[in-house]
Design a protein around this ligand. Structure first.
Ligand code: SF4
Ligand code: SF4
Length: 415
């Protein structure tokens, strides 16, 4: 596609980046068929090709309107279009760069501005989010049924083995997981402990920045990335093997640190190293699966129950690990049901379920129907946002897959 970028962005680092992205797009439209919002709304401007066209206009100097902003806001950032694109168009970067420009020119109502600020503040501060969840859980019994489902039931973290192995990996604790699913990181620590690996966390590390990025606050996201790099760097220098993510949404953000900070002379090299060291937990376990398979087989622990896997968009499309978690779980003896349209988003999309509730609820209903269709006894996922959102719409237990694996390993110890 030919481009003629406007002076305000031409020759800037962002301008050079978006120009290369736009030039890769040949406008073939292969991406539209896979886009959840295009499938729901049937409007070209609610699909990736139309959104790319809208963004190109803005970057070439056209004045964006409230409709431009609406079509961009309706994007889930699921990145299914990137998986489908034969030309390798990095759509999410185009959106990351263009949306703040549109927001700045079009503006938002007072309510929407405050809503986005509050979301950013609450979701990226574990203590604050934890407090809000606790308050919700306290009044949960008094809430009407529809509202009750939105508040997760209280649950506890199991024990974490002390760090005692020579092999060490770093864990990002995350912002919301400790409140919504407190046993996930503990389960990861227990499973890796069985494999002779200690998981350690850097106290100063915090939000990966993905929430700020989704809410068009790139500066804040980059500040969070730099803070994490500073917190992790002593461990990296000390030879930590891997930086492990138990939330696939965070993994996509940390995978991008190298590219996002490429122009920062103080952080570029460190960010690239951190991104290279980062792995989603499923990749870590896949590399170490042999002793686990042997253990589960020797204890004749085949799992037995049928489970449905909801593979998050961040895992499939963001990290390009489509099918890998399914293959790992099958190797480990889980019986996976077929899930139609498994590449489609559940509607959670970071803060999308709050900011675009109508579209999000339609996607959630479709996803739950697809997950239920194989008659599973539980739903597994790899991203706490999807986990909490799916749980609002089903009575089946929804959990991180590592908790299901940990439970099976526990049973082998009892046999
Ligand atoms: S983003 Fe990719 S698939 Fe979509 S129109 Fe452009 S080149 Fe085609
Ligand atoms: S990121 Fe998802 S919702 Fe947005 S344009 Fe691409 S496929 Fe559609």
């Amino acid at each position: 596609m030919q481009t003629h970028l406007a002076d305000f962005i031409k020759d800037t680092p962002h301008g050079i980046e978006v120009d290369a992205i736009l030039r890769n797009c040949v406008h073939c439209g292969f991406c539209n068929a896979t886009c959840p919002t295009y499938r729901l709304l049937g409007d070209e401007l609610d699909g990736p090709r139309g959104r790319i066209y809208l963004m190109k206009q803005v970057l070439e100097g056209a004045a964006p309107t409230a409709r431009t902003q609406l079509h961009l806001d309706r994007c889930l950032m699921c990145r299914a279009c990137e998986t489908a694109c034969p030309s390798g168009v990095r759509y999410h970067r185009l959106l990351d760069i263009t949306k703040p420009i549109v927001d700045q020119r079009v503006g938002r109502s007072f309510f929407k501005t405050v809503q986005r600020r509050v979301l950013r503040r609450v979701l990226s501060q574990p203590w604050l989010f934890g407090l809000m969840v606790k308050m919700g859980q306290t009044v949960r019994p008094l809430l009407p049924a529809a509202l009750k489902r939105q508040v997760p039931l209280p649950s506890r973290s199991g024990p974490r083995p002390a760090s005692s192995h020579a092999r060490r990996m770093l864990l990002l604790e995350g912002c919301v997981q400790h409140a919504l699913s407190p046993d996930t990181n503990a389960a990861a620590t227990r499973v890796l402990d069985r494999l002779g690996i200690s998981l350690v966390a850097a106290r100063e590390a915090g939000c990966c920045g993905v929430i700020s990025m989704h809410l068009d606050a790139e500066h804040a996201a980059l500040a969070q990335a730099r803070r994490n790099i500073d917190a992790w760097w002593p461990y990296v220098e000390d030879g930590v093997e891997t930086i492990v993510m138990t939330v696939s949404g965070c993994a996509t953000m940390v995978a991008d640190y190298g590219k996002l900070l490429a122009q920062d002379p103080h952080y570029a090299a460190k960010a690239e190293r951190v991104s290279a060291l980062m792995q989603d937990l499923s990749a870590v376990i896949a590399a170490e699966q042999t002793p686990l398979i042997a253990l589960l087989r020797s204890a004749r622990n085949s799992g037995g129950e049928r489970i449905a896997l909801q593979s998050p968009c961040s895992l499939q499309h963001g990290l390009r690990m489509q099918g890998q978690l399914e293959a790992l779980l099958a190797e480990l003896g889980f019986t996976l049901t077929d899930v139609p349209d498994a590449h489609q988003c559940c509607g959670s999309g970071g803060t999308y379920s709050i900011l675009q509730p109508e579209l999000s609820q339609q996607l959630l209903a479709k996803k739950i129907a697809a997950l239920n269709s194989g008659g599973p006894s539980a739903i597994l996922t790899a991203n706490v946002g999807c986990q909490a959102y799916l749980q609002t719409a089903t009575d089946l237990p929804v959990m991180h897959w590592i908790e299901a694996l940990d439970a099976r390993l526990k049973r082998t110890s009892l046999n």
